[in-house]
Design a protein around this ligand. Structure first.
Ligand code: ASP
Ligand code: MG
Length: 467
């Protein structure tokens, strides 16, 4: 059996946790051929991004201060985690080379006075280069053979879209399977850095924030893994955010399509493209807690056997968004209106989270993040106001509430149950969308109504009794 096991940053951020991870892998390796994927340790990627911000602002001393923070954090971890002195010494030497490179990189970027997307990706991928060495050494320390490999070294080849690259799957499959097969033959456990690969010229690229999940499924599909586990500090996917709903339950099984919806809206953040490689290969994935390994977590599969039994599986929410109602008489019956609006927003790099248009075609309503709101409104005003748009009405601080579950498909009465429960709690709904897949029913309320709405729906669908 082949297993890809991915650890998020919080699972490997103290010496004790790294030792526990190494011990767990040691045990699992008796049963599985294991490949480990690691995120950077907590806060490290954030610090690296802040370094790039400081360089942009020509604040070299701040960049160097942040670099020392990262260096000290990893030196400490290395010293506290590794017991055998020869393993520790080798690790510290290898880390030292990365530290020297980090400082040289800052020097170079400061000298040029610019942060290009390419240098940025190289810089922010450093967190994983450090974490894989720690984890791999801890596995060595526990008595097993292991080596650290970056995404580039294991063979992940991507396009050259720095910051949000996509893998070139055929080349990647050939290279990754060759590297990994050789290591498995040598009974060596590869510890691979998530988040990054390299383009065909060998330049390091990243998949975007949270991209280590995606690395795990890319690699899993390349090596024909039997299972992929994503380990973090939560038990799995839940029926609602447990911070809002006290009796929220762990979901034992969900389908890929449900998981994709939950990843976008849920309390557990998963990189949105994570499930892509699994859809064709149909590899089961488990979402588990590294601090609670007795718990099996949530299993994500193609099977809808259990999944279909419950109409609704989860109520999730995303707060702090802005709603823009775009109106204009000349929008009615004019082909291309929507295209103009969305092209304008796309050019300004604004991500639209929800869209609805009423059948009279006189208004289109969209939801964007609060942080994108000002830019969205000013771009639409500059480009389209007085042309196809007559008026923009803006509401800030709204929350998207989404009900997810493939059992909603074709079930009569879901909407009336939802809005009945909402009405009873005197919450006003300002926008509703449902895709024709009927997998997701979403609506918009005021931020301050979020908890009431989520709790009302959790109750209405008796999600505390789900199994
Ligand atoms: N270290 C990267 C990040 O913080 C990738 C990941 O954690 O998945 O975004
Ligand atoms: Mg992460």
């Amino acid at each position: 059996m082949r297993l890809v096991i991915k650890y998020g940053g919080t699972s490997i951020s103290t010496a004790k946790d790294i030792q526990a991870v190494a011990k767990h892998i040691n045990t699992l390796s008796k049963k599985y051929q294991i490949l480990v994927v690691c995120s950077a340790t907590s806060k490290t990627t954030d610090d690296l991004i802040e370094i790039s911000e400081s360089i942009k602002k020509e604040n070299k001393s701040k960049a160097e201060r942040l670099a020392s923070k990262i260096i000290n954090r990893h030196k400490q971890l290395a010293k506290q985690t590794i017991k055998k002195s020869d393993v520790r010494k080798k690790l510290l030497e290898k880390l030292d080379q990365d530290f020297t490179e980090l400082l040289a990189l800052i020097d170079g970027m400061v000298l040029l006075g610019e942060v290009t997307p390419r240098s940025m990706d190289y810089l922010i991928s450093l967190g994983e280069r450090l974490s894989i060495k720690l984890v791999s050494s801890a596995i060595n320390d526990s008595g097993k053979k292991s080596i650290p490999l970056t995404g580039k070294e294991v063979g992940i080849v991507t396009d050259s879209k720095f910051g949000e690259s996509k893998p070139l799957l055929d080349t990647t499959r050939l290279r990754v399977s060759k590297t990994v097969d050789t290591l498995f033959l040598q009974k060596t456990i590869p510890v691979v850095g998530g988040f990054a690969g390299a383009d065909q010229h060998g330049h390091v690229t990243t998949f975007g924030r949270g991209g280590s999940d995606y690395s795990a499924t890319i690699i899993g599909s390349c090596i024909k893994a039997d299972e992929i586990w994503l380990m973090s500090d939560v038990d799995g996917l839940m029926t609602a955010d447990p911070k809002i709903v006290k009796n929220a339950k762990l979901l034992k099984e969900v389908s890929y399509v449900e998981a994709i919806e939950m990843a976008l809206f849920g309390a557990k953040q998963i990189h949105p493209r994570t499930f892509e490689p699994l859809l064709t290969k149909k590899i089961p994935m488990k979402i588990r807690n590294s601090f609670n390994i007795k718990n099996e977590g949530t299993i994500v599969t193609t099977s809808t056997s259990l999944s279909a039994k419950n109409t609704v599986k989860c109520v999730s929410n995303v707060q702090n968004n802005g709603l823009i109602d775009i109106r204009g008489g000349s929008m009615v019956g004019t082909p291309g209106t929507a295209a103009k609006i969305f092209t304008t927003l796309a050019k300004a790099e604004i991500n639209v989270m929800m869209i609805s248009q009423n059948p009279s075609e006189s208004s289109i309503t969209i939801v964007v993040k609060n942080t994108d709101l000002d830019k969205a409104v000013s771009t639409l005003e500059i480009e389209l106001l007085g042309k196809i748009i007559k008026k923009l009405e803006v509401t800030t601080d709204v929350s998207i509430i989404a009900l997810i579950g493939s059992g909603m498909r074709g079930t009569v009465g879901v909407a009336s149950k939802v809005f009945g429960a909402i009405e009873k709690n005197k919450v006003n709904v300002s926008m509703i969308t449902q895709g024709s897949s009927e997998l997701n029913l979403a609506f918009v309320v005021k931020n301050s109504d979020t908890n009431t709405a989520v709790r009302a729906l959790h109750d209405a669908f008796a999600l505390d009794k789900i199994h």
